[in-house]
Design a protein around this ligand. Structure first.
Ligand SMILES: CC(=O)SCCNC(=O)CCNC(=O)[C@H](O)C(C)(C)COP(=O)(O)OP(=O)(O)OC[C@H]1O[C@@H](n2cnc3c(N)ncnc32)[C@H](O)[C@@H]1OP(=O)(O)O
Length: 409
């Protein structure tokens, strides 16, 4: 059966919410729904219909996202859901194909998403491009190394997050361009970050803010929630969840972390996601005590390979003909000559034989600089016909700052 697809209008919103609630087995408060709606540009949504009934949908946000060497426009794919009565009939596949076609036609070369399950999006040409780490830290194990930076000019201040939004924004804006994957936060996006209703709390206490500043202004901040707790012997064993922590310089970074870790009466700190190369691992005296677990961060799909490859810089000069077979976005199929260096790149179709052949997922996975192509070669998914070409491409696509978006959308 085919299910016609068209962009949603505001009048489709209640039906779309019903689909999402059903698909995600969840409930969302009216306040949260309203906040969610404010994030959407209806022209960037798509819905599938069975007769008059909306049975599946998705949308994209327009992000200014950091990539190696700068920032570029990236479509952030979100709110993918299909009514449970209509699953496994190809609705998602139709939505994905249409969405990627629309993006490429609009000149948006790169799509990004957070996947609810890592088995879903590979078939549409997405590759896992960024990984984060989650930490569970015992309060007794948080000593810093004696080499941790410090600055006596820094002061810590506890703030009401609502009243300190401009402080967070200032620090975040300075930091976000430095790490591939981080994206600009619009006002409604900050509304979501700072939301503090019952649902946002997930059983924890109110959102609290901590700012590190000196006479020149803010240099770092953290956003967290805590929950008091007790052992059977009435010993305080509270828990703290750290959500957002950014700083403009090493001393402020260390000061904000210390300000969080030094809170009394907490037994365990949980940090759902940090960058894989988070410097906290170098600051801890005994880094293994951070008890790190890898978590998926961004999946990337090159909707327009040619254009996407010119929208980032490269770590080393490279000149390579890349063969791509892309059944989902057939306009990408062919051989592309990438000539690039540390300042930029050109990418043109070529009749020359390919030096390397890659699935489009591999290019997506490597796009933000965090994934080596070696493993793709080792699984047989990628291959080279010119010796050394794959390693040269992999080296050029790598980047010294690990990618991470750090905020699910
Ligand atoms: C970016 C985001 O928003 S991530 C959120 C994704 N949404 C969810 O997880 C909500 C709950 N799940 C759903 O709503 C649906 O099951 C969806 C959207 C994941 C899939 O929708 P469907 O319409 O059933 O997918 P569709 O029928 O097009 O399936 C296409 C293929 O994906 C496979 N597939 C679909 N869902 C899954 C899954 N959850 N896990 C593994 N494979 C899956 C199908 O088996 C099919 O495989 P095939 O191509 O080999 O035949």
């Amino acid at each position: 059966m085919s299910y016609p697809i068209r962009p949603m209008t505001p009048s489709d919103w209640p039906a779309f919410l019903e689909v999402l609630m059903d698909a995600y087995n969840t409930y969302s408060s009216p306040e949260r729904n309203e906040r969610f709606k404010r994030l959407f540009d209806f022209e960037r949504t798509l819905a599938a219909f069975d007769g008059e009934t909306l049975i599946g949908g998705t949308g994209t946000f327009e992000f200014d996202m950091a990539v190696p060497g700068g920032t570029t426009a990236v479509a952030g794919v979100t709110a993918v859901g299909v009514l449970s009565s209509h699953r496994r009939r190809g609705v998602l596949s139709s939505l994905m194909r249409r969405q990627l076609t629309d993006l490429a036609e609009r000149g948006e070369a790169v799509a990004a998403l957070y996947a609810s399950e890592s088995s879903i999006y590979g078939r549409y040409g997405y590759g896992l491009a960024a990984e984060g780490v989650a930490f569970t830290i015992d309060r007794r194990d948080t000593a810093f190394s004696p080499h941790a930076p410090s600055d006596p000019a820094l002061r810590l201040r506890i703030v009401n997050p609502d009243g300190a939004r401009n402080v967070f924004e200032k620090v975040f804006e300075a930091v976000r361009v430095t790490r591939p994957g981080m994206y600009a936060r619009s006002t409604p996006r900050w509304d979501g970050v700072l939301a503090d209703d019952e649902q946002a709390r997930h059983g924890m206490g109110p959102l609290r803010g901590l700012v590190a500043e000196d006479d020149t202004g803010p240099r770092g901040y953290a956003l967290f929630r805590a929950k008091e707790g007790f052992s059977v012997h009435d010993i305080f064993e509270g828990e703290l969840h750290l959500y957002d922590l950014h700083a403009t310089d090493p001393a402020a970074y260390a000061a904000v972390w210390r300000g969080v870790l030094d809170r009394d009466l907490i037994a365990t700190f949980k940090v759902p996601t940090r960058p894989a190369d988070d410097p906290i691992r170098l600051l801890f005296n005994d880094p293994r005590r951070l008890r790190a677990v890898a978590v998926d961060d961004l999946w990337i799909r090159l909707a327009d390979v040619r254009r996407a490859l010119t929208e980032r810089a490269y770590a080393a000069p490279v000149d390579v003909a890349i063969g791509i077979d892309d059944p989902v976005c057939p306009w990408n199929t062919g051989t592309w000559r990438l000539s690039a260096d540390t300042t930029g790149a050109t990418c043109e179709p070529t009749r020359a034989p390919a030096d390397v052949t890659l699935p489009v997922n591999a290019l997506g996975a490597a796009y933000l600089g965090g994934t080596s192509l070696h493993a793709w070669n080792a699984t047989g998914a990628a291959a080279e016909t010119r010796e050394g070409a794959l390693r040269a491409l992999s080296t050029a696509m790598s980047w010294d700052v690990k990618p991470w978006a750090g905020l699910i959308f």
